[in-house]
Design a protein around this ligand. Structure first.
Ligand SMILES: *Cc1c(COP(=O)(O)O)cnc(C)c1O
Length: 417
């Protein structure tokens, strides 16, 4: 059944038929999913892949408990950032030696922005996306302040034309966390290079969700998330990509001992490691690293083209059902409607979105809320079914019709939403 404008109306039986025809349906068996839960928040914290718990338990009991310090060599702990980076590289469209797994997005962004600015001395501006995830822009501002540069923010659609001869670095998200809109990596990267600027892509909502071709698109640098669509677990390490031509000239500012050419030589003088290892700073957090490494097995044999296609179809279905059943009840669509330009989540808006989402979660249908009014539904295409999307919309319709959200208190300050 084709999705999009022509697919209406969709019944639950239609959704079940889509699930039966879904080539990715068998991948759902690779996850541990609780009974009675419809999980539509894999864009915030991916579900638990099978095998991860056992791998972590084995690391604790054997590699740590028995191997002790020997495990840094014997169990491959020391080499894990590069090894796991190489395992992840195909999902990024990158050569294996250009990717490492370490730290968090924000910390890696700091490292990359400083390193990139140092490669463009004399230029005065870091150009970034207004409306990006705030953490990114806070880091951009701090880096600019520290280096005596100017941070300039423009809407994503205006980035390419705002780049000029004074732009040192461009930073933006490939998929926006709110609108889900995909930026054209080929076009924006080319625009940066034409003006002599470098570009840092944030892949927080891209890696594991959409097809990526970092090498082909000539991206300079990229950061991505381990705990969202890659299902690496809470606080999973992030990943960093550096283009081949920058690996030898990179000057990474967080010069911890793991960025040293020979950490165990204990030299007084810093000599930066060659290659992607220069992006490390400190001792890898091994329990998180092994969880992430095991989680990546869920992508074995899966083509990212299929993942993106299914995410798009799930989103098309949610938008179509929302237009039909929720729009008359005051729900809007904040994500882009054009499937080819949308990542794997859909944002619906309602002024009482926080309270509505609490009722929905209480019924076991889990999405999240982003202030001021966005109810966000992420589709981990390896485990989300078309019927899940149907059920979520049906539940929203009922909650809105009965006004069940009125009993829920307003959002508590500072809570994780
Ligand atoms: C999720 C997300 C982050 C998370 O940053 P951490 O430092 O890893 O906690 C950063 N940027 C964007 C765009 C995100 O979506």
């Amino acid at each position: 059944m084709p999705l999009g404008d022509t697919a209406l109306p969709c019944t639950r039986d239609d959704a079940l038929a889509l699930d039966r025809a879904d080539p990715l349906a068998p991948a759902r068996a690779r996850f541990v999913l609780p009974q009675g839960v419809t999980y539509l928040d894999g864009n915030s914290l991916g579900a638990l892949p099978k095998g991860v718990a056992e791998r972590v338990a084995q690391t604790v009991a054997h590699e740590w408990g028995e191997g002790l310090i020997r495990s840094w060599n014997a169990a491959g702990w020391y080499d894990s950032p590069g090894r796991i980076g190489a395992k992840l590289a195909p999902l990024l469209g990158a050569a294996p030696h250009q990717v490492t797994v370490t730290d968090t997005i924000s910390v890696n962004l700091f490292k990359l922005l400083v390193a990139a600015a140092r490669l463009r001395p004399g230029r005065k501006v870091i150009l970034a996306e207004r409306g990006n995830f705030p953490s990114d822009n806070h880091i951009v501002e701090s880096v600019a302040r520290m280096l005596g540069l100017t941070a300039r923010f423009v809407p994503a659609a205006d980035i390419a034309t705002a780049i000029d001869a004074d732009t040192a670095v461009v930073e933006l998200s490939h998929v926006n966390y709110r609108t889900s809109e995909i930026q054209d990596m080929t076009v924006v990267t080319r625009a940066a290079h034409q003006k002599g600027a470098l570009i840092v892509w944030d892949l927080a909502h891209s890696t594991g969700a959409v097809e990526l071709h970092l090498d082909r698109d000539r991206a300079d640098f990229a950061v991505g998330c381990g705990y969202k669509f890659l299902n690496g677990g809470p606080g999973a390490p992030a990943h960093v990509y550096v283009a081949e031509q920058h690996l030898s000239t990179l000057d990474q500012p967080l010069t911890g001992w793991f960025a040293h050419a020979a950490p165990f030589a204990f030299d007084d003088d810093f000599r930066q490691a060659e290659g992607i290892r220069a992006m490390l700073c400190s001792t890898p957090q091994m329990l998180s690293m092994v969880a992430f490494e095991a989680a990546l097995d869920a992508f074995d044999g899966i083509a990212m083209r299929d993942v993106q296609a299914k995410g798009r179809a799930l989103g098309d279905l949610m938008i179509a059902l929302s237009d039909e059943r929720l729009a008359p009840l005051g729900v809007g669509v904040a994500s882009t409607r054009e499937g080819t330009r949308r990542g794997n989540h859909v944002s619906l808006t309602h002024p009482e979105g926080y309270r509505i989402m609490q009722v929905l979660i209480g019924r076991g249908i889990i999405g999240d809320f982003r202030a001021p009014d966005v109810m966000r539904f992420g589709f981990g295409p390896l485990y989300v079914r078309y019927a899940d999307v149907f059920d979520a919309v049906a539940a929203l319709e009922e909650i809105l019709k009965t006004g069940g959200w009125r009993a829920v208190p307003a959002a508590p300050a500072g809570a994780v939403t």
